[in-house]
Design a binder for this molecule. Structure first.
Ligand code: FAD
Length: 465
């Protein structure tokens, strides 16, 4: 054995001795599991993956990574479109073993491991007819989604995921394990609610839950591309007047080849107005009447289990797709912006790409801006997301260019260059600062206290003050 190999092996042995979980190198059979991320367009190989089995393991990995001068990334569910969970030649602290979810149905609270997926959280909560508002694709990680904000079908009724966070167990970069809540480490708790993975590694989240389902109501109304402008204007009115107990989205997309879609409409480009109703069947029927009367190309209206609603879009966003995302918030959606969205849909090269408009309002807007570190104003009416997706890497450059030109064309209508930090493919400093606005300074001070050397910087980075 050469001196270098000897040094390398004693180096790794020290980490193995300090952890109960696995320490994986590129030639280990399990390495790919720990280094795997959702976005196939990102090709990076960490030198070491620490598959942690506990908060103590995370503390050991953080210490070891710093002592050995490695760049450190944290992997929750691996869904960062920017690929923030992996750094070439660095260390990934992989939390995929920390997936336990424990629900207290009486207190309506859930404790959820830092590596759980939304599917795991939803399934455990729904055993008791409960849910926490989160995202719309169930293989997404709870951790990254929560730390950046987290919105989905339940947002108008129950707010962002962070609005329902009660406490978190956090491993700080110096190895201390603390609990952050309104009463313990309150500054840290504020920063965790929107400030991303900048302040420590969260090994457990505690959420407050809401009574949801188990059966809920879906209404999906698909309009052909020729009617894109009309459909989005219809959606604008619908969501502006919408009740709190229904969420939804407007999605410029191609119709899926699903059983509920007439065969002649498979892959047809157009606009889907999607409504998730959490009230009674009668309330839902009354709510969607105006969409039905507009005469869509096809509709899909059905009761379904809440967990099925949460998984409905999973197949359209498969692991390994080559993806690029860019967006911003809108204060209003004028006709001229709708025309630009419709033109972009007509120019969209890939059937997998989409332009999404997520309406806010309701419980989202009830929370004062300063109450959390969320990177966006609560007065915003929409998050606009331009989502370029292709199965084949050879198509990627053209699709990314489509997303960038669409973003440029829509920028005059945006509420600034800031956007939802969880849907950034590139963490440009000016856009991160613009997203947080005046909150950036407070975040930078909290970063200075908890991570003064900016160890956790593989993210929408807050620089220490
Ligand atoms: P990861 O890549 O594992 O991590 C993302 C970031 O969080 C990284 O910077 C990482 O270091 C940090 N991090 C992860 N875990 C921890 C931890 N335990 N402690 C500290 N830092 C940590 N967002 C929504 O709000 N609503 C949606 O409906 C939605 N749908 C999506 C659908 C798809 C298909 C995809 C790809 C993304 C979607 N998103 C949505 C965006 C999503 O919120 C982000 O991609 C989020 O970062 C995913 O978290 P993750 O844990 O899976 O990612």
């Amino acid at each position: 054995m050469s001196t270098t190999t000897n040094a390398m092996s004693s180096w790794i042995d020290a980490l193995r001795a300090a952890m109960d979980g696995q320490v994986l190198l590129p030639d280990d059979p399990d390495y790919d599991r720990g280094a795997l991320i959702w976005n196939g367009a990102i090709d990076r190989s960490p030198a070491v993956v620490a598959r942690c089995a506990s908060a103590a393991d995370v503390a050991a990995a953080l210490r070891w990574g710093q002592e050995n001068g490695l760049d450190i990334a944290v992997r929750g569910g691996g869904h960062s479109v920017a690929g923030a969970a992996v750094i070439d030649g660095g260390m990934t602290i992989d939390l995929s073993r920390l997936t336990e979810v424990v629900v207290d149905p009486v207190a309506r609270r859930a404790r959820c491991g830092g590596g759980a997926t939304l599917a795991k959280l939803d399934a455990a909560c729904q055993e008791h007819g409960l849910a926490v508002p989160a995202g719309t694709v169930s293989h997404t990680g709870v951790a990254g989604l929560t730390l950046g904000g987290g919105f989905g079908w339940l947002t108008p009724m129950a707010g962002l995921t962070i609005d329902n966070l009660i406490s978190a167990e956090v491993v700080l970069v110096d190895g201390r394990i603390v609990r952050a809540s309104a009463h313990e480490c309150p500054d840290l708790f504020w920063a965790l609610r929107g400030g991303g993975g900048n302040f420590g590694v969260v090994t457990e989240f505690e959420f407050q839950l809401h009574a949801v389902g188990p059966m809920v109501h879906l209404g999906m109304f698909f309009f052909e591309l020729d009617r894109a402008e009309e459909a989005i204007r219809l959606g604008r009115k619908f969501f502006a007047d919408g009740p709190r107990n229904a969420g939804g989205a407007m999605v410029g997309m191609n119709a899926p080849p699903a059983p509920f879609v007439p065969e002649t409409a498979h892959f047809a480009p157009g606009v889907a107005l999607v409504v998730a109703g959490f009230g009674t069947a009668d309330e839902h029927a009354a709510l969607i009447a105006s969409l039905r009367e507009a005469g869509p190309l096809f509709e899909f209206v059905t009761p379904m289990p809440y967990v099925a609603l949460q998984q409905m879009l999973d197949e359209g966003a498969p692991w390994g797709v080559h993806s690029y995302t860019k967006g911003f918030y809108l204060d209003e959606l004028p006709d001229r912006a709708i025309d630009v969205v419709a033109a972009a849909l007509r120019a969209k090269p890939s059937p997998m790409s989409q332009v999404l408009l997520f309406p806010f309002g309701g419980a989202f807007a009830d929370v004062p801006d300063e109450a959390t570190a969320f990177g966006g104003r609560r007065s915003a009416t929409y998050a606009l997301v331009i989502d370029a997706n292709v199965p084949d890497p050879r198509m990627f450059d053209a699709e990314r260019q489509w997303a960038r030109s669409t973003w440029d064309a829509l920028l005059p209508f945006a509420a600034g260059v800031g956007s939802y930090v969880n849907m950034m493919s590139e963490f440009d400093e000016d856009r991160v600062r613009a997203s947080y606005g005046a909150k950036y300074e407070r975040l930078a001070l909290i970063k200075t206290v908890h991570d003064p050397r900016n160890v956790l910087r593989a993210n929408a980075n807050i620089k220490p003050a």
